[in-house]
Every structure is written in C-alpha cells, then in structure tokens.
Design a protein around this ligand. Structure first.
Ligand code: ADP
Length: 252
C-alpha cells in the first residue's frame, strides 16, 4: 500500500500558499518532552515544552531555513517532519498526509519513501564504503543489489565523488563525508530533505560547497534546513525564526 501518491508532486501552482499541496505543513504543533517517561524518568511528571503552536509550510521546489539558538526547537521540528517523533498536539503533513494520524509502521514507510535526512555529523557507517553507505536506504527499500550499486555510483558522481566510491568514510575529508551523506539522502529520490546543521562540522569554504550542492537538489524537492549559520540560511527562500520553541518571525 502506498500512502502518498507521487503524482501529487508539484501541483501547487494554482493553489494558495499553505494549502495542502505544500510538501511539508505544520499546523499548531506543540511538543512536550518527558510526558512518556523519557529523559526525566518515570514517576516524575516534569515536562519540557520544546515547541509551542508552531505553524509553517514548505512548498515543493523551495528551501526553508529554521533559524534559532541552540535549544529553540529546530531539531524537534525536523524530527516531527521526518516522523521520528509525534508531537503532543497539532498536525504534521507531508504532501497532504497527516503523519500524526498514521501508525508507527506507516510513518516509518513514509519516512523511507519520501524523506531524506542529512545530519550535522554525517552518520555514515565507518565500515562501509561510500557506495555502500549511499546504497543503504535502498536495501531497506528492497531494491536489488545491482540496481543499488548503479544508483549509488550515479549519485556519488553527481556530488563530485565518482572517484571515491570504494573509499571508507575514514579515508574522506569532512566535506566529502557530508557529500556522501547528501548522496545517501537522495538515494530514494525523496520529496523532502531535512538537514540539521549540515555545515556545522565544516570550514567555511567546504560548507559553501555543500550548500551549493543542497541548493541544486532538484526542481520539485522541498528542503528544510536548520542552522544558526548565516551562510547556510542565505540559501533559503524563506527563513523561519524560532525562540524557546515559538516562531518569532517568518521572514518570507
Ligand atoms: P535545537 O535543535 O534548536 O537545538 P531542540 O529541538 O534539540 O533544539 O531542543 C528543544 C528543547 O527540547 C531544548 O530545551 C532541549 O533541551 C529539549 N529536548 C530536546 N530533545 C529532548 C529529549 N529527547 N528529551 C527532553 N528534552 C529534549
């Protein structure tokens, strides 16, 4: 069963901004950590409100930046969009499907099929070659081995690492590792990319290269990038500013 229909991509031209054709749409999202025996332990009813009534939309083909100091809720938003957490209240729509209404299983499937994730620290498996790291999401998607290999090499070529396909992450520079991570995030041809401080570990020049890559991800793709780095936010079409879990300004 396919939950989201790819044919729905890009049909936003005739609709108002914020209509359900947005690639990503959060409505009145509030999230409290610690209500389910999380970090604070059981028998303790302390909670921490990480997001308060956050609403935002990302249209296909656009990049939205999330700006705010550490602890302002950026990662929590990215986790909600990738279905890694279900907010306490509010709705999180991906191409019109409300992730909060899905079963855990369906949410995992939506993430695997439609969301690519880029982390600050790359999260590559050290014992796998660049090619195998890029192909990993395709293993979960059930793509046959030869096709996986072909696609992984193609993506590595696209990010300028055609000559590094059999290198291990430990044999690559920081910028090269992040490019491998970006290639991996693209392997399933997702509709949405979420990137959490993608240049946080890189020097300025390398960070710029990675950002250029992020901006060239594709016509229809929606990108949500969290950062407190102004160079990173400069690539965004819109910037949503957060403080203490609240949107304080939507510089659209
Ligand atoms: P940012 O990405 O902007 O640094 P986060 O979304 O990581 O912000 O965090 C928002 C708030 O939620 C912070 O106060 C943080 O300490 C808290 N927080 C994040 N993750 C958890 C967790 N798993 N359990 C409890 N509190 C958390």
């Amino acid at each position: 069963m396919k939950i989201l229909d790819r044919s729905g991509r890009g049909r936003s031209a005739s609709s108002d901004e914020g209509e359900s054709t947005a690639a990503v749409r959060l409505d009145d999202v509030t999230h409290e950590y610690g209500t389910d025996s999380g970090r604070f332990g059981s028998g303790n009813d302390r909670t921490l409100t990480a997001l308060r009534d956050v609403s935002l939309a990302v249209q296909p083909g656009t990049i939205v930046g999330l700006k705010g100091p550490s602890g302002s809720g950026k990662s929590t938003i990215l986790h909600a969009v990738s279905g890694l957490l279900v907010p306490t209240s509010g709705t999180v729509e991906l191409l019109g499907t409300d992730l909060t209404a899905l079963s855990d299983r369906e949410r995992v499937r939506v993430r695997r099929e439609h969301v690519g994730i880029v982390f600050q620290r790359f999260h590559l498996l050290p014992s796998l070659t660049a090619r195998a790291n890029v192909a990993l999401p395709l293993v979960q998607a059930g793509v046959p081995r030869s096709k996986r290999r072909e696609r992984a090499v193609e993506l590595l070529e696209q990010v300028g690492l055609g000559d590094r396909t059999t290198h291990l992450p430990g044999e690559l520079s920081g910028g090269e590792r992040q490019r491998v991570a970006i290639a991996r995030s693209l392997s399933t041809d997702p509709d949405v990319i979420v990137a959490d401080e993608p240049t946080g570990e890189l020097d300025t020049a390398t960070g710029t290269e990675v950002l250029e890559l992020l901006t060239s991800l594709g016509d229809d793709r929606a990108v949500l990038v969290a950062s407190h780095d102004s160079a990173t936010l400069a690539i965004a079409d819109d910037v949503v500013r957060l403080r203490d879990g609240m949107v304080i300004e939507d510089a659209g």
